[in-house]
Design a protein around this ligand. Structure first.
Ligand code: ZN
Ligand code: ZN
Length: 593
C-alpha cells in the first residue's frame, strides 16, 4: 500500500515538472525556439568533440578523432562564439525555470571553453592532455556492436593518429615537469592497446586478409607516432632537469585559480571564502574529535594516561580501526548494508527511493579495474538512461596480507558505512536516479561536480544527524576523521595552487592534523600537483548545501520538512547549488504570496 501511494506521488511530481515547461506556452513564449536551440547546441558539441561524445555513449562520430591543432581550436572558438551570440538573444525571463538553468549552464560552458583555450591554455603546458588510449579502448569495448564493425571503426580512427601527435608536439611549450612525467607514463601505458589488445581482437575477428593487413599497417604507424611523442617528451624532460626555462611551475596561482573556480564550481562563494571556511571547519572538527576521545578514553585505554591534544585522537582512531570485516567478505558486507540504508531512510522519512531503479552491487569487471582496490558507482550515461547502475567493488584478492589489512583498517566497520552512504544511498546512486528524472540532456552533459560530490558528502552528515550508526561517539569520531579528509583537500588545493605551500608542509598537515597514513598523504600530494579546483569540490558543494538547508529552514518556518527539502533539492538535476538555491527561495516566496 505504502509503495503504490509513493509511486503516485512521484509520478504526479514528474508530470508537474513537464507541465511547467511545455503546458504554458503563453507564460513562457520562448521555450519552443529554445528547445530547438538546445538540439543544435548538442549537435555542434558532439561534432566538435567526438571523444567527449564517445565517452557519454553517443556513437555517431566514433570514426573521427579531433586533431588538436590551432586551426581546430580557432574553428571551435568561432562556432562557440556564434552559439553564445544566439544564446544572448533569449530573454531568460521568458523561459520556464528548467530552461533558465539550461541557459545558464550552456553559457557558462561556452565562456569556460573560451577562457581555457585563450587564457588558461593547458593545451600548451599539460602534455598528458594528449592520449588516445581511452578512446580506442571505448570503441573496442562497446559490446553493443559486432567485433568486425568495431574494428572497421578503429581502422578509420587510426588514420588520424600520426597527425594528432604532430599537432600535440607543436602545441607544447614549457610544460610542467609533473604533467610531462604523467604524459610519459600514460602514453607508454596506452601502447598495449595498439601493440596487443587491438591485434588480438583482429586475430579473433572475421575480417578478411586484406583488411587485417591494412589494420596491422595502420596500427604500426600509430605505435610509431605514440613512441615518437614519448621520446619527444623524454628529451624535453631531460632538458628540464638542467634548464629552468624549459618548464613552468605546476602551481597556477591565485588569479587563474579564482577564475577556474568560478567556471568549474559555479559556487555562491569565492574560492577564498571557501578556503577560510575549510580552515575554520578543520578547527571545529579537531575540537569535537578531542571531546569524543576524552569521552571514550577509559573504555578503550582504561587507566592509561591520555596524551595532550591530537596524538590522543590518533591513538583512538587507530584503536577503533581494528574493527573491520574479513578480506573475503568485503563485497558481501557492502551488499548487506544497502538494504539497511534503504530501510533507515524509509523509517526516518528522509527521501523517496524509487524501487524500480535498483542498484546492482557487483565485483568490478576486469576491463574496468584501474589497479588497486576500491568502490565506485558506475552510472548509465545520458544516452542510456535505462541501463543499470552498478556499485563496483574491487575484491582484495590481489593484495598481500599486509596490504589487505591496511586497506581494511582504512575502510573499517565505521568508515565502510559512511562510504556506502556516500557512494550509494542517499549519496551518488540516489541522486542520480533523481537527476535522470529531470529530463534535460543539457543538465546531464554539463553536470556540476561540486553539486554531485557535495550532495554525497552532505548525505553522510545528514544520515548521522538522523541517528544512523546509533549516534555512538565511535561513529561520530570516525565520521569526523572522514569529513576531515575533504576539508583538508580543500585547504591543500588552495594552499598548494595559490599560496605556494611546500610538499613537506602539505604532508605534515595531512599526517599530523588529518591522521592520514604516509602513503595516502604522498598520493594526495601528487594528485594536488596534477589537478586544480578538483580536490576542493567536495567540501565546497557540501558547505553550500548545508548552509542553504539552514537558510531554507529559517525561511519555511513551520512548513519546513526534511524530506520535502531533499526531494525538491534533487529535482533540479545536477546543477550548481547556487542556482537551486535561487529557484527554491523564489518558489518559496511565490508560495507565500
Ligand atoms: Zn585487522
Ligand atoms: Zn563521490
Amino acid at each position: 500500500m505504502k509503495h503504490s501511494y509513493l509511486k503516485i506521488v512521484a509520478c504526479f511530481f514528474a508530470l508537474c515538472m513537464m507541465a511547467g515547461c511545455l503546458g504554458s506556452k503563453d507564460k513562457y513564449p520562448m521555450d519552443k525556439s529554445f528547445e530547438s536551440f538546445k538540439k543544435e547546441f548538442v549537435n555542434q558539441l558532439w561534432k566538435l568533440n567526438p571523444q567527449w561524445a564517445l565517452s557519454v555513449g553517443f556513437h555517431e562520430y566514433d570514426d573521427l578523432i579531433e586533431i588538436p591543432s590551432r586551426e581546430a581550436r580557432d574553428n571551435k572558438l568561432k562556432i562557440y562564439s556564434a552559439l553564445a551570440d544566439s544564446l544572448k538573444k533569449f530573454d531568460w525571463k521568458k523561459l520556464c525555470s528548467p530552461n533558465q538553468l539550461d541557459l545558464k549552464l550552456m553559457s557558462n560552458y561556452l565562456d569556460y571553453y573560451k577562457w581555457e583555450a585563450t587564457v588558461f591554455k593547458s593545451w600548451e603546458w599539460n602534455p598528458a592532455e594528449y592520449n588516445l588510449g581511452e578512446g580506442f579502448d571505448l570503441v573496442l569495448g562497446n559490446k553493443d556492436r559486432p567485433l568486425d564493425g568495431r574494428l572497421h571503426t578503429i581502422m578509420e580512427r587510426l588514420r588520424f593518429v600520426p597527425a594528432y601527435y604532430i599537432a600535440a608536439k607543436a602545441n607544447i611549450s614549457r610544460p610542467t615537469r609533473e604533467h610531462t612525467d604523467l604524459a610519459i607514463l600514460q602514453n607508454e601505458g596506452s601502447l598495449s592497446i595498439f601493440e596487443t589488445i587491438i591485434p588480438d581482437s583482429s586475430a579473433a575477428s572475421t575480417l578478411n586478409g586484406e583488411e587485417k593487413k591494412l589494420l596491422a599497417d595502420r596500427l604500426s604507424d600509430a605505435v610509431e607516432a605514440v613512441k615518437d611523442y614519448v621520446s619527444f617528451l623524454k628529451d624535453l624532460r631531460k632538458k628540464q632537469d638542467t634548464d629552468t626555462t624549459q618548464y613552468r611551475s605546476f602551481r597556477i596561482g591565485k588569479e587563474m585559480y579564482d577564475k577556474k573556480f568560478s567556471f568549474e564550481i559555479q559556487s555562491g562563494y569565492s574560492a577564498e571564502q571557501i578556503f577560510e571556511k575549510a580552515k575554520q571547519h578543520k578547527d571545529e572538527l579537531h575540537t569535537e574529535m578531542q571531546k569524543l576521545t576524552s569521552q571514550l578514553w577509559s573504555k578503550y585505554f582504561g587507566n592509561k594516561p591520555m596524551p595532550e591534544g591530537l596524538p590522543a585522537v590518533k591513538m583512538m582512531i587507530d584503536t577503533l580501526s581494528v574493527h573491520h570485516c574479513q578480506r573475503d567478505s568485503f563485497l558481501i558486507t557492502i551488499k548487506n548494508q544497502i538494504p539497511q540504508l534503504e530501510a533507515f531512510i524509509k523509517q526516518k522519512n528522509l527521501l523517496y527511493l524509487d524501487p524500480t531503479k535498483p542498484l546492482v552491487v557487483r565485483e568490478t569487471p576486469a576491463y574496468m579495474e584501474g589497479g588497486g582496490a576500491g568502490a565506485s558507482i558506475n552510472a548509465p550515461g545520458p544516452y542510456d538512461k535505462n541501463g543499470n547502475t552498478y556499485y563496483n567493488v574491487t575484491p582484495l584478492t590481489g593484495y598481500t596480507a599486509e596490504q589487505a589489512e591496511s586497506y581494511l583498517r582504512e575502510y573499517n566497520d565505521y568508515i565502510l558505512q559512511i562510504l556506502n552512504i556516500h557512494e550509494a544511498i542517499p549519496g551518488h546512486y540516489a541522486q542520480l536516479v533523481y537527476s535522470n528524472k529531470s529530463p534535460s540532456l543539457i543538465k546531464s552533459i554539463l553536470q556540476n561536480n561540486a553539486m554531485i560530490e557535495g550532495w554525497a558528502v552532505y548525505g553522510e552528515r545528514m544520515m548521522l544527524e538522523e541517528g544512523y550508526g546509533g549516534n555512538t561517539p565511535e561513529m561520530w569520531l570516525m565520521y569526523y576523521k572522514w569529513n576531515l579528509r575533504s576539508t583538508l583537500n580543500t585547504i591543500l588545493d588552495y594552499s598548494i595552487q595559490c599560496l605556494d605551500m611546500s610538499e613537506q608542509d602539505a604532508l605534515n598537515l595531512m599526517i599530523n592534523e588529518g591522521f592520514q597514513q604516509q602513503a595516502e598523504a604522498a598520493g594526495k600530494w601528487k594528485r594536488a600537483t596534477l589537478s586544480q579546483v578538483q580536490l576542493c569540490c567536495y567540501f565546497t558543494g557540501y558547505t553550500e548545501i548545508y548552509d542553504f538547508r539552514n537558510e531554507y529552514k529559517q525561511k519555511m518556518g513551520e512548513k519546513y520538512n526534511l524530506k520535502d527539502f531533499h526531494e525538491k533539492f534533487l529535482s533540479y538535476g545536477s546543477v550548481p547549488v547556487k542556482f537551486i538555491r535561487e529557484q527554491m527561495l523564489e518558489e518559496a516566496d511565490e508560495a507565500a504570496k
